[in-house]
Design a protein around this ligand. Sequence first.
Ligand SMILES: Cc1cc2nc3c(=O)[nH]c(=O)nc-3n(C[C@H](O)[C@H](O)[C@H](O)COP(=O)(O)OP(=O)(O)OC[C@H]3O[C@@H](n4cnc5c(N)ncnc54)[C@H](O)[C@@H]3O)c2cc1C
Length: 406
Amino acid sequence: MSHFGPAARQESMTKIVDSDVVVIGGGLAGLAAAALVAQAGKSVTVFESRSTLGGQARSSTHGGFTFNRGPHALYLGGAGERILRQLGVKISGGQPAVNGKFAFNNTLEVAPAGPVSLMRTGALSAKGKLAIGKLLARLPKIDPATLAGTSVTDWIGQCVNGDREADMLHALVRLATYVNEPAVLSAEVAVSQLQMALDKGVLYLDHGWQSLVDQLRATPGVDLVTGETIAELPHARAVILATGSPDSAAQLLGATFDVGPPAVASCLDLGLATKPEQNFVLGGDVPFYFSNHSAVAQLAPPGKHYAAAVQYLGADDEPDGDALSAFAELAGARDIVESRRLHRMTTVTAISTAANGGFRGRPSVTDTGFGNVFLAGDWVGSEGHLADASFASAYGAATAAMAQWR
Ligand SMILES: Cc1cc2nc3c(=O)[nH]c(=O)nc-3n(C[C@H](O)[C@H](O)[C@H](O)COP(=O)(O)OP(=O)(O)OC[C@H]3O[C@@H](n4cnc5c(N)ncnc54)[C@H](O)[C@@H]3O)c2cc1C
């Protein structure tokens, strides 16, 4: 199925660049694609409109604390890890412990992370424990592709009966997907993310995701131009559009893409002088998350702590700063010495919807209408979610670009 709808397609490519391949966008997708092209021996130039590289994966320092642009976790076993390792990028960090708390009615309950905690938790009735236990045992065996056309709401309805169990399952889906649109999101995405989280887990990165950006940008043979916005397709043997969203790519192509809506979250980064009481709290009946990332990764000065809280926003939700702060307080975050609010962050630029058939419903890397122009981003290609999709499509776009020489 083609997602590409030519609108007022441009007749010519204007800017002439003296490189084999031009990459537009210097986020993870653009940098990874450029590094792959350079590794394959072709000259490549990346154009980034901001003065700094990294896009959504850049980190900044605040009073000695490293803040990502909202809390980030690298899914182990995903496309990101695979491609970063292929590029020789060192991935250092720690895995958060799977035990933590669920918040229901402003009360913290043991999260059912395994058989023992499932038995102990006060969050579920005996019947609920049985239902969630059965589901957790069955989850690794589900083929996510069979759920591509099923919404998360429908899938949850098929899995559990009680409201509490449904809330708990949806909270886990929000956590694993960064999406709070259960009626829209394909259950294929939810199940594949939950499977990765339960199988190998995630990694919080030392010194933030900037550590990935810094290593990718240092790949020999990649020419980097910052502070330059590309407004028209440039002349080059191959062009990779890694501009971060379907809209910005569509603008350059003079086209439209039939994709899902974005997912949005409101984020609070906290530098703390004392360790928070809880390392991890997930809202069960409210769409909030809290995690002490510095418990396992170097993100804070010695003796201090970095934690993050998130409000997952649905299409009609407004960011609620007071509620977000109250949730961090419920998790025992005290002695705040640095803080930053990011009110509305686009976590996923186009949700893989059940209506579009899940991952396979996304545009492909070649879906541009030009034989030498390719797409990369979290909304492109049939593999992965969040940054994994950016990396997987970067690989696909770099491979397609290199095929111009065959
Ligand atoms: C709050 C938050 C939390 C997240 N948590 C996770 C997580 O835990 N795990 C995970 O895997 N992913 C997570 N993500 C998603 C991840 O950050 C993104 O998927 C990834 O960084 C996107 O990379 P990208 O290169 O595709 O796009 P971007 O990072 O958006 O990069 C695109 C770049 O292109 C540039 N650009 C655009 N147009 C032009 C132009 N015309 N000319 C030149 N430059 C241009 C932009 O300035 C930008 O730098 C999170 C995102 C957010 C916002």
